[in-house]
Ligand binder design. Structure first.
Ligand SMILES: Cc1cc2nc3c(=O)[nH]c(=O)nc-3n(C[C@H](O)[C@H](O)[C@H](O)COP(=O)(O)OP(=O)(O)OC[C@H]3O[C@@H](n4cnc5c(N)ncnc54)[C@H](O)[C@@H]3O)c2cc1C
Length: 425
């Protein structure tokens, strides 16, 4: 077993080329149009759009681009939210459903446009279920997307087993808009594209204060820099810290754990996900899995609130993998790692604009590869031209009650969800 804090993505990241910038840490005072805090998918796609529209942008990250969930995730590019399209129509209108349905296209277009070397594969996302009780919901979801022209189809238990390699599922659907990528290479490719477009990215630059001064925002960093900007964007998602305690209290930063096996043999690769679709199931505490670009079976799911310290802490993921693939009980784990997702009560991304010139987007609830990139880009467009409507309305920042106790009550919630998952047929 390798270092539990070293992800497969870090181990297989594309080496930087000699002409690439190193995102040096800023010192001193700098003026810009927009300062963006957080260099993940959301912050970088906003910066890229702004720079292409002629605005100056500085992106700050406490560590470096991709340090957060954007460089650690499962790399599943899934359009859509937890809600079905008819529900989204009712909540926000058809334009929002359309935007959400195009979210995977947005990612693959970015990859093509900026020639990002990140192993993209577009073979669909399978949402299977092990619960008979969930089949009607999945059939309804499929129908609603098909009614909107989406390329998707139903998979019965036999086809499901052929396409996933798992004997556990009783049926489900496949959405061919979706796919996968190497997330760290993708986020670093976005950072490179943003830098090429004129964005300044500053690593090791934790924003420690954000203040309004006349028409400007002033951000100070732990490295001693001061950034003066007319607009500020906060894109810190599950890594939101003490900068804005009220914002941090709107989400629960939940850990998602992942394991990657040793490379699979030819016959295993023909049996597990032979078409290279990606999967996440319908349980409240779902598993997600895929084949990595270097032919490993990767599987993830909800982890504990404490940070994992050794391979033992990934015991639940290994048990889940044995349950889903009983024919391969002894696959070795070569990599295990975790990252933080931002959960909220509504299971919806939130866009806040509590004061003029201050925009925040977070709460991707584990679906931020496509949605983070799409919403980040939309924020960039909106800041360039306020007539451009955002895909979701601004929502009020509502701190969760007893937020400081979240590790306690969220752990209780996990036990409760696990019990409900077990009791359901
Ligand atoms: C293990 C795991 C698996 C996942 N799998 C999938 C998946 O397969 N598909 C999917 O759609 N989604 C998945 N997600 C969710 C997805 O990765 C996130 O929703 C998405 O990356 C969020 O992007 P972001 O840019 O908003 O935030 P992040 O990528 O988390 O970036 C936030 C950044 O803010 C920085 N930051 C925080 N505070 C400050 C500060 N004060 N000053 C400066 N910088 C600061 C952090 O260093 C961090 O780099 C997964 C998440 C995890 C953790």
């Amino acid at each position: 077993m390798t270092d539990p804090n070293k992800s497969l993505w870090t181990a297989t990241a594309r080496p930087a080329e000699s002409d690439e910038t190193s995102h040096e840490t800023l010192h001193g005072t700098h003026r810009t149009d927009v300062v963006i805090i957080g260099a993940g998918f959301t912050g970088l796609t906003a910066a890229l759009k702004l720079a292409e529209g002629g605005a100056k942008a500085i992106v700050l990250d406490s560590v470096e681009p991709g340090f957060g969930a954007s460089g650690r995730n499962g790399g599943q590019v899934i359009p859509g939210l937890k809600y079905d399209p008819d529900q989204v129509d009712q909540m926000f209108g058809e334009a929002s459903t359309d935007f959400i349905g195009r979210a995977a296209d947005t990612v693959f277009e970015l990859i093509d446009k900026y020639r990002i070397d990140c192993s993209p594969v577009r073979q669909g996302w399978i949402q299977p279920t092990i619960k008979q009780a969930h089949l009607p919901t999945l059939k309804r979801r499929l129908l609603q997307w098909q009614n909107r022209g989406c390329n998707a189809e139903w998979l019965d238990a036999d086809r499901m087993q052929k396409l996933t390699g798992s004997p556990c599922f009783v049926g489900g659907w496949i959405d061919y808009r979706a796919g996968s990528l190497h997330p760290l290479n993708f986020v670093q490719g976005l950072a490179r594209a943003a830098t090429d477009a004129g964005v300044t990215i500053s690593s090791q630059s934790e924003a420690t204060s954000l203040q309004r001064n006349g028409d400007n925002w002033i951000v100070k960093t732990a490295a001693g820099a001061e950034i003066i900007a007319s607009q500020a964007v906060i894109a810190t998602n599950g890594y939101s810290g003490s900068l804005l305690p009220k914002l941090r209290a709107t989400i629960v930063p939940a850990n998602s754990f992942q394991i990657a096996s040793e490379p699979l043999s030819e016959s295993q690769l023909n049996e597990i996900l032979p078409t290279r679709a990606v999967v996440s199931d319908t349980r409240r505490l779902a598993n997600y899995f895929r084949i990595s670009p270097d032919n490993r079976l990767m599987l993830g799911g909800r982890g504990t609130f404490s940070e994992p310290a050794s391979l033992k802490d990934y015991g639940k993921m290994m048990a889940d993998r044995r349950m889903l693939f009983p024919q391969f009980p002894d696959l070795k784990v070569d990599y295990a790692w975790s990252g933080r997702i931002a959960m909220n009560r509504e299971h919806l991304p939130h866009i806040h604009q509590p004061m003029p010139g201050l925009t925040m987007a977070l709460g991707f609830n584990g679906r931020g590869v496509a949605m983070g990139c799409s919403i980040g880009g939309a924020i960039g467009e909106h800041l360039l031209d306020s007539r451009v409507r955002l895909p979701l309305p601004f929502s009020e920042m509502k701190p969760l009650p007893l937020h400081a106790w979240h590790p306690f009550y969220a752990t209780l919630a996990i036990w409760y969800y696990r019990l409900r998952d077990q009791l359901e047929n």
